[in-house]
Ligand binder design. Structure first.
Ligand code: PLP
Length: 396
Protein backbone atom coordinates (compact mmCIF):
# COMPACT_ATOMS: atom_id res chain seq x y z
CA UNK A 1 0.00 0.00 0.00
CA UNK A 2 2.50 2.70 0.97
CA UNK A 3 3.22 5.36 -1.63
CA UNK A 4 6.62 5.92 -0.02
CA UNK A 5 7.77 2.70 -1.68
CA UNK A 6 7.86 4.53 -5.00
CA UNK A 7 9.13 7.94 -3.91
CA UNK A 8 11.25 9.42 -6.68
CA UNK A 9 12.06 12.16 -9.17
CA UNK A 10 8.52 13.43 -9.58
CA UNK A 11 8.21 14.03 -5.84
CA UNK A 12 11.64 15.68 -5.67
CA UNK A 13 10.82 18.02 -8.54
CA UNK A 14 7.57 19.13 -6.88
CA UNK A 15 9.27 19.79 -3.55
CA UNK A 16 12.10 21.62 -5.30
CA UNK A 17 9.56 24.06 -6.80
CA UNK A 18 8.60 25.02 -3.26
CA UNK A 19 12.17 25.19 -1.99
CA UNK A 20 13.16 27.37 -4.94
CA UNK A 21 10.86 30.19 -3.84
CA UNK A 22 10.76 29.44 -0.12
CA UNK A 23 7.02 29.94 0.37
CA UNK A 24 6.15 27.02 2.63
CA UNK A 25 2.65 28.24 3.44
CA UNK A 26 -0.46 27.73 1.34
CA UNK A 27 -1.90 31.22 1.83
CA UNK A 28 -0.53 34.58 0.77
CA UNK A 29 2.99 35.68 -0.27
CA UNK A 30 1.72 35.94 -3.86
CA UNK A 31 4.67 37.90 -5.23
CA UNK A 32 7.29 35.55 -3.80
CA UNK A 33 5.79 32.24 -4.80
CA UNK A 34 6.42 32.34 -8.51
CA UNK A 35 2.95 30.97 -9.15
CA UNK A 36 3.43 27.79 -7.17
CA UNK A 37 0.28 26.93 -5.22
CA UNK A 38 0.81 23.30 -4.27
CA UNK A 39 -2.11 22.86 -1.87
CA UNK A 40 -4.48 24.38 -4.45
CA UNK A 41 -2.97 22.24 -7.21
CA UNK A 42 -3.40 19.12 -5.09
CA UNK A 43 -7.01 20.02 -4.32
CA UNK A 44 -7.75 20.45 -8.01
CA UNK A 45 -6.21 17.07 -8.84
CA UNK A 46 -8.11 15.32 -6.04
CA UNK A 47 -11.38 16.92 -7.13
CA UNK A 48 -10.93 15.68 -10.68
CA UNK A 49 -9.90 12.16 -9.71
CA UNK A 50 -12.64 11.86 -7.07
CA UNK A 51 -15.38 13.49 -9.15
CA UNK A 52 -16.07 15.94 -6.36
CA UNK A 53 -16.83 19.62 -6.62
CA UNK A 54 -15.05 20.73 -3.46
CA UNK A 55 -11.81 19.59 -1.86
CA UNK A 56 -9.95 20.95 1.13
CA UNK A 57 -6.54 19.57 2.10
CA UNK A 58 -5.41 19.55 5.72
CA UNK A 59 -2.56 18.36 7.93
CA UNK A 60 -3.70 14.74 8.42
CA UNK A 61 -6.50 12.26 7.88
CA UNK A 62 -7.54 12.75 11.50
CA UNK A 63 -7.71 16.49 10.85
CA UNK A 64 -9.81 15.83 7.73
CA UNK A 65 -12.33 13.84 9.79
CA UNK A 66 -12.41 16.47 12.54
CA UNK A 67 -12.84 19.32 10.07
CA UNK A 68 -15.48 17.37 8.12
CA UNK A 69 -17.55 16.85 11.27
CA UNK A 70 -17.10 20.46 12.36
CA UNK A 71 -17.96 21.76 8.88
CA UNK A 72 -21.32 20.01 9.07
CA UNK A 73 -22.07 21.65 12.41
CA UNK A 74 -21.54 18.53 14.56
CA UNK A 75 -20.66 19.38 18.14
CA UNK A 76 -21.01 18.63 21.84
CA UNK A 77 -23.27 15.69 22.67
CA UNK A 78 -24.07 14.75 19.05
CA UNK A 79 -23.75 11.02 18.45
CA UNK A 80 -21.62 9.69 15.61
CA UNK A 81 -21.89 6.03 14.65
CA UNK A 82 -18.55 4.35 13.88
CA UNK A 83 -17.32 0.74 13.55
CA UNK A 84 -15.55 -1.42 16.15
CA UNK A 85 -12.83 -2.11 13.58
CA UNK A 86 -11.08 1.05 12.43
CA UNK A 87 -8.10 3.19 13.37
CA UNK A 88 -8.27 5.19 16.65
CA UNK A 89 -8.53 8.37 14.53
CA UNK A 90 -12.27 7.69 14.16
CA UNK A 91 -13.11 8.29 17.81
CA UNK A 92 -10.34 10.87 18.22
CA UNK A 93 -11.94 13.12 15.61
CA UNK A 94 -15.39 12.65 17.14
CA UNK A 95 -14.18 13.39 20.68
CA UNK A 96 -12.17 16.39 19.45
CA UNK A 97 -15.37 18.28 18.78
CA UNK A 98 -17.11 17.05 21.94
CA UNK A 99 -19.29 14.54 20.11
CA UNK A 100 -19.94 10.96 21.22
CA UNK A 101 -18.45 7.96 19.40
CA UNK A 102 -21.08 5.23 19.20
CA UNK A 103 -19.35 1.94 18.42
CA UNK A 104 -21.27 -0.46 16.22
CA UNK A 105 -20.60 -4.00 15.00
CA UNK A 106 -18.99 -4.89 11.71
CA UNK A 107 -19.85 -7.83 9.46
CA UNK A 108 -18.02 -9.96 6.88
CA UNK A 109 -17.28 -6.82 4.83
CA UNK A 110 -15.05 -5.80 7.79
CA UNK A 111 -17.01 -2.55 7.86
CA UNK A 112 -20.24 -1.30 9.49
CA UNK A 113 -23.08 -3.81 9.64
CA UNK A 114 -26.12 -1.88 8.38
CA UNK A 115 -28.65 -3.64 10.67
CA UNK A 116 -26.50 -2.80 13.69
CA UNK A 117 -26.28 0.82 12.55
CA UNK A 118 -30.04 1.13 12.39
CA UNK A 119 -30.39 -0.35 15.89
CA UNK A 120 -27.90 2.15 17.33
CA UNK A 121 -29.75 5.26 16.12
CA UNK A 122 -31.17 7.55 18.82
CA UNK A 123 -32.58 11.09 18.94
CA UNK A 124 -29.03 12.36 19.30
CA UNK A 125 -27.54 10.56 16.29
CA UNK A 126 -26.30 12.97 13.63
CA UNK A 127 -23.75 11.10 11.53
CA UNK A 128 -22.98 7.61 10.27
CA UNK A 129 -19.26 7.26 9.67
CA UNK A 130 -18.38 4.07 7.79
CA UNK A 131 -14.68 3.28 7.54
CA UNK A 132 -13.61 1.53 4.33
CA UNK A 133 -11.02 -0.62 6.05
CA UNK A 134 -8.15 -2.39 4.34
CA UNK A 135 -9.02 -1.41 0.80
CA UNK A 136 -12.71 -2.30 0.60
CA UNK A 137 -15.96 -0.54 1.35
CA UNK A 138 -19.05 -0.58 3.51
CA UNK A 139 -22.42 -1.40 2.01
CA UNK A 140 -22.98 2.19 1.01
CA UNK A 141 -26.40 1.79 -0.57
CA UNK A 142 -27.79 0.23 2.62
CA UNK A 143 -26.18 2.95 4.73
CA UNK A 144 -27.45 5.68 2.41
CA UNK A 145 -30.97 4.36 2.75
CA UNK A 146 -30.69 4.36 6.54
CA UNK A 147 -29.26 7.88 6.56
CA UNK A 148 -32.03 9.16 4.32
CA UNK A 149 -34.73 7.54 6.43
CA UNK A 150 -33.39 9.00 9.69
CA UNK A 151 -32.09 12.28 8.24
CA UNK A 152 -28.44 11.58 9.10
CA UNK A 153 -25.21 12.60 7.44
CA UNK A 154 -23.05 9.97 5.76
CA UNK A 155 -19.32 10.64 6.24
CA UNK A 156 -17.02 8.17 4.51
CA UNK A 157 -13.60 7.50 5.98
CA UNK A 158 -11.79 6.40 2.82
CA UNK A 159 -8.31 6.78 4.31
CA UNK A 160 -7.46 3.13 3.63
CA UNK A 161 -9.31 2.72 0.36
CA UNK A 162 -8.41 5.67 -1.85
CA UNK A 163 -9.01 4.80 -5.50
CA UNK A 164 -11.56 2.10 -4.77
CA UNK A 165 -15.07 2.61 -6.12
CA UNK A 166 -18.69 1.73 -5.47
CA UNK A 167 -21.29 1.51 -8.23
CA UNK A 168 -18.90 3.39 -10.49
CA UNK A 169 -18.20 6.26 -8.09
CA UNK A 170 -14.92 6.88 -6.26
CA UNK A 171 -14.99 5.96 -2.57
CA UNK A 172 -15.26 9.12 -0.51
CA UNK A 173 -17.53 10.80 -3.08
CA UNK A 174 -20.69 8.85 -2.24
CA UNK A 175 -21.52 10.23 1.19
CA UNK A 176 -22.18 13.86 2.12
CA UNK A 177 -18.50 14.14 3.00
CA UNK A 178 -15.49 11.91 2.40
CA UNK A 179 -12.03 11.88 3.96
CA UNK A 180 -8.57 10.72 2.91
CA UNK A 181 -5.25 10.43 4.72
CA UNK A 182 -1.88 10.96 3.10
CA UNK A 183 0.20 9.87 6.07
CA UNK A 184 3.42 7.99 5.43
CA UNK A 185 1.91 4.50 5.18
CA UNK A 186 -1.12 5.22 2.99
CA UNK A 187 -1.54 4.36 -0.71
CA UNK A 188 -0.43 7.85 -1.62
CA UNK A 189 1.45 10.03 0.84
CA UNK A 190 2.34 13.65 1.56
CA UNK A 191 4.53 12.66 4.50
CA UNK A 192 1.65 13.96 6.58
CA UNK A 193 -1.59 15.22 5.11
CA UNK A 194 -5.27 14.63 4.49
CA UNK A 195 -8.23 15.86 2.48
CA UNK A 196 -11.96 16.14 2.70
CA UNK A 197 -14.23 16.13 -0.33
CA UNK A 198 -17.85 17.18 -0.71
CA UNK A 199 -20.34 18.47 -3.24
CA UNK A 200 -21.92 20.70 -0.61
CA UNK A 201 -20.65 24.28 -0.88
CA UNK A 202 -21.54 25.19 2.71
CA UNK A 203 -19.48 22.33 4.16
CA UNK A 204 -16.54 23.33 1.99
CA UNK A 205 -16.75 27.00 2.97
CA UNK A 206 -16.98 26.04 6.63
CA UNK A 207 -14.10 23.59 6.25
CA UNK A 208 -11.51 25.96 4.80
CA UNK A 209 -12.35 28.59 7.39
CA UNK A 210 -12.46 26.19 10.36
CA UNK A 211 -9.14 24.64 9.35
CA UNK A 212 -7.44 28.06 9.31
CA UNK A 213 -8.39 29.83 12.57
CA UNK A 214 -11.73 30.94 11.14
CA UNK A 215 -10.15 33.06 8.37
CA UNK A 216 -12.81 33.87 5.78
CA UNK A 217 -10.17 33.98 3.01
CA UNK A 218 -11.78 37.00 1.38
CA UNK A 219 -9.49 39.60 -0.20
CA UNK A 220 -5.71 39.43 -0.17
CA UNK A 221 -4.74 40.92 3.16
CA UNK A 222 -4.65 38.02 5.56
CA UNK A 223 -4.36 40.22 8.62
CA UNK A 224 -7.51 42.11 7.68
CA UNK A 225 -9.66 39.03 7.05
CA UNK A 226 -12.75 38.48 9.17
CA UNK A 227 -13.42 35.45 11.42
CA UNK A 228 -17.07 34.53 11.12
CA UNK A 229 -16.73 31.70 13.67
CA UNK A 230 -14.18 30.00 15.91
CA UNK A 231 -11.64 27.91 14.08
CA UNK A 232 -8.44 26.01 14.56
CA UNK A 233 -5.25 25.29 12.64
CA UNK A 234 -5.31 22.14 10.53
CA UNK A 235 -3.38 23.58 7.58
CA UNK A 236 -1.21 21.50 5.28
CA UNK A 237 2.18 22.98 4.36
CA UNK A 238 3.24 23.55 0.77
CA UNK A 239 6.11 21.07 1.19
CA UNK A 240 3.72 18.28 2.13
CA UNK A 241 1.22 19.28 -0.54
CA UNK A 242 3.99 19.23 -3.16
CA UNK A 243 4.72 15.57 -2.41
CA UNK A 244 0.97 14.92 -2.74
CA UNK A 245 0.88 16.61 -6.18
CA UNK A 246 3.39 14.06 -7.43
CA UNK A 247 1.72 11.11 -5.71
CA UNK A 248 -1.85 11.78 -6.86
CA UNK A 249 -0.57 11.74 -10.43
CA UNK A 250 0.73 8.25 -9.72
CA UNK A 251 -2.33 6.93 -7.90
CA UNK A 252 -3.65 4.89 -10.81
CA UNK A 253 -0.20 3.45 -11.47
CA UNK A 254 0.01 2.37 -7.79
CA UNK A 255 -3.50 0.89 -7.92
CA UNK A 256 -2.64 -1.16 -11.01
CA UNK A 257 0.40 -2.64 -9.27
CA UNK A 258 -1.67 -3.38 -6.16
CA UNK A 259 -4.33 -5.09 -8.26
CA UNK A 260 -1.75 -7.24 -10.04
CA UNK A 261 -0.09 -8.29 -6.77
CA UNK A 262 -3.41 -8.88 -5.01
CA UNK A 263 -4.72 -10.98 -7.88
CA UNK A 264 -1.69 -13.27 -7.89
CA UNK A 265 -2.07 -13.91 -4.15
CA UNK A 266 -5.81 -14.30 -4.33
CA UNK A 267 -5.70 -16.77 -7.23
CA UNK A 268 -3.24 -18.92 -5.30
CA UNK A 269 -5.36 -18.87 -2.13
CA UNK A 270 -8.58 -19.78 -3.97
CA UNK A 271 -7.28 -23.35 -3.82
CA UNK A 272 -7.12 -23.41 0.01
CA UNK A 273 -10.09 -25.15 1.62
CA UNK A 274 -11.75 -23.58 4.68
CA UNK A 275 -10.58 -20.15 3.62
CA UNK A 276 -13.19 -17.50 2.95
CA UNK A 277 -12.44 -14.11 1.41
CA UNK A 278 -13.85 -10.93 2.83
CA UNK A 279 -17.17 -9.91 1.28
CA UNK A 280 -17.07 -6.92 -1.05
CA UNK A 281 -20.50 -5.26 -1.39
CA UNK A 282 -22.13 -5.64 -4.81
CA UNK A 283 -20.90 -2.96 -7.19
CA UNK A 284 -17.74 -2.39 -5.20
CA UNK A 285 -14.20 -2.38 -6.54
CA UNK A 286 -11.44 -2.61 -3.94
CA UNK A 287 -8.30 -0.53 -4.10
CA UNK A 288 -6.40 -3.78 -3.52
CA UNK A 289 -4.26 -2.44 -0.68
CA UNK A 290 -4.89 -5.55 1.44
CA UNK A 291 -5.97 -9.14 0.88
CA UNK A 292 -8.35 -10.17 3.67
CA UNK A 293 -9.60 -13.63 4.47
CA UNK A 294 -11.25 -15.61 7.25
CA UNK A 295 -10.08 -18.97 8.56
CA UNK A 296 -12.46 -21.43 10.15
CA UNK A 297 -12.17 -20.24 13.75
CA UNK A 298 -10.14 -18.00 16.04
CA UNK A 299 -7.67 -20.70 17.00
CA UNK A 300 -6.93 -21.56 13.36
CA UNK A 301 -6.48 -17.88 12.53
CA UNK A 302 -3.99 -17.42 15.36
CA UNK A 303 -2.05 -20.52 14.31
CA UNK A 304 -2.24 -19.48 10.65
CA UNK A 305 -1.00 -15.99 11.39
CA UNK A 306 1.96 -17.37 13.35
CA UNK A 307 2.70 -19.95 10.66
CA UNK A 308 2.80 -17.27 7.96
CA UNK A 309 5.20 -15.24 10.04
CA UNK A 310 7.38 -18.30 10.74
CA UNK A 311 7.53 -18.94 6.99
CA UNK A 312 8.92 -15.44 6.45
CA UNK A 313 5.69 -13.93 5.11
CA UNK A 314 5.76 -10.40 6.53
CA UNK A 315 3.05 -7.75 6.59
CA UNK A 316 0.14 -10.06 7.48
CA UNK A 317 -1.91 -8.69 10.37
CA UNK A 318 -4.10 -10.31 12.99
CA UNK A 319 -6.14 -7.21 13.86
CA UNK A 320 -8.12 -8.96 16.60
CA UNK A 321 -5.18 -8.49 18.99
CA UNK A 322 -4.03 -5.13 17.60
CA UNK A 323 -3.60 -2.15 19.95
CA UNK A 324 -4.76 0.48 17.46
CA UNK A 325 -7.39 -0.96 15.16
CA UNK A 326 -9.86 -2.93 17.23
CA UNK A 327 -12.08 -1.92 20.17
CA UNK A 328 -10.77 -4.71 22.46
CA UNK A 329 -7.55 -2.78 23.11
CA UNK A 330 -9.05 0.69 23.30
CA UNK A 331 -9.04 0.86 27.10
CA UNK A 332 -8.10 4.55 26.95
CA UNK A 333 -11.47 5.11 25.29
CA UNK A 334 -13.55 2.61 27.21
CA UNK A 335 -12.14 3.76 30.57
CA UNK A 336 -12.20 7.45 29.54
CA UNK A 337 -8.52 8.06 30.27
CA UNK A 338 -7.70 11.59 29.10
CA UNK A 339 -5.08 14.10 30.13
CA UNK A 340 -7.56 16.77 31.07
CA UNK A 341 -11.21 16.69 32.01
CA UNK A 342 -13.50 15.44 29.25
CA UNK A 343 -16.57 17.47 28.24
CA UNK A 344 -19.58 16.76 30.43
CA UNK A 345 -21.54 15.45 27.43
CA UNK A 346 -18.89 12.83 26.78
CA UNK A 347 -18.74 11.80 30.44
CA UNK A 348 -22.51 11.52 30.64
CA UNK A 349 -23.31 9.99 27.27
CA UNK A 350 -20.42 7.70 26.36
CA UNK A 351 -21.78 4.14 26.53
CA UNK A 352 -20.08 1.72 28.93
CA UNK A 353 -18.10 -0.19 26.34
CA UNK A 354 -16.63 -2.50 28.98
CA UNK A 355 -20.02 -4.21 29.14
CA UNK A 356 -21.02 -3.91 25.46
CA UNK A 357 -21.63 -7.02 23.41
CA UNK A 358 -19.60 -6.95 20.20
CA UNK A 359 -19.61 -10.71 19.71
CA UNK A 360 -20.70 -10.26 16.08
CA UNK A 361 -17.54 -8.24 15.40
CA UNK A 362 -15.44 -10.72 17.39
CA UNK A 363 -16.82 -13.57 15.30
CA UNK A 364 -15.38 -12.00 12.13
CA UNK A 365 -12.28 -10.31 13.48
CA UNK A 366 -11.17 -13.34 15.47
CA UNK A 367 -11.00 -15.33 12.24
CA UNK A 368 -9.51 -12.65 10.03
CA UNK A 369 -6.03 -12.37 8.60
CA UNK A 370 -5.20 -9.25 6.62
CA UNK A 371 -2.19 -9.13 4.31
CA UNK A 372 -0.76 -5.84 3.14
CA UNK A 373 -0.12 -5.60 -0.60
CA UNK A 374 3.13 -3.79 -1.25
CA UNK A 375 3.75 -1.92 -4.46
CA UNK A 376 7.51 -2.41 -4.33
CA UNK A 377 7.31 -6.19 -4.89
CA UNK A 378 8.37 -7.59 -8.24
CA UNK A 379 6.01 -10.00 -9.95
CA UNK A 380 8.40 -12.84 -9.22
CA UNK A 381 8.47 -11.98 -5.52
CA UNK A 382 4.68 -12.02 -5.42
CA UNK A 383 4.55 -15.40 -7.20
CA UNK A 384 6.92 -16.90 -4.62
CA UNK A 385 4.98 -15.36 -1.77
CA UNK A 386 1.72 -16.72 -3.19
CA UNK A 387 3.04 -20.28 -3.36
CA UNK A 388 4.43 -20.04 0.18
CA UNK A 389 1.18 -18.68 1.56
CA UNK A 390 -0.82 -21.35 -0.20
CA UNK A 391 1.38 -24.11 1.27
CA UNK A 392 1.32 -22.71 4.80
CA UNK A 393 -2.43 -22.15 4.85
CA UNK A 394 -3.22 -25.52 3.22
CA UNK A 395 -1.20 -27.31 5.90
CA UNK A 396 -3.10 -25.82 8.84
C1 PLP B 1 -4.62 6.54 8.67
C2 PLP B 1 -6.04 6.58 9.00
C3 PLP B 1 -6.66 7.71 9.54
C4 PLP B 1 -5.92 8.92 10.01
O1 PLP B 1 -4.99 9.43 9.21
P1 PLP B 1 -3.72 10.26 9.73
O2 PLP B 1 -3.34 10.98 8.51
O3 PLP B 1 -2.68 9.27 10.17
O4 PLP B 1 -4.18 11.16 10.82
C5 PLP B 1 -8.03 7.70 9.74
N1 PLP B 1 -8.76 6.62 9.45
C6 PLP B 1 -8.21 5.50 8.96
C7 PLP B 1 -9.09 4.35 8.63
C8 PLP B 1 -6.84 5.44 8.74
O5 PLP B 1 -6.30 4.30 8.29
Amino acid sequence: MPGFELFGDLEKKQVQDVLDNGVLMRYGFDAMRNNHWKALELEKAIGERMQSTYVHTVSSGTAALTVALASAGIGAGDEVIMPTFTFVASFESILAIGAIPILVDIDDTLTLKPEAVEKAITEKTKVVMPVHMCGSMANLSALKTICKKHNLLLLEDACQAIGGSYQGKPLGSIGDLGCFSFDYVKTITCGEGGALITNEKTYYENAHMYADHGHDHIGNNRGAEAHPFLGYNFRISELNAAVGCAQIERLDEFLAIQERNYTILRNALEAVTNLQFRTVPEGGVENYSFLNFFLKDEETARIGHQALSNAGIDACFYWFDNNWHYYRKWEHLTSKISLGKLPKEVLEQLPDYNTSDFSVSDHWMGRNISCLIKIGWTEEEVQQRAQKMKTVLSNL
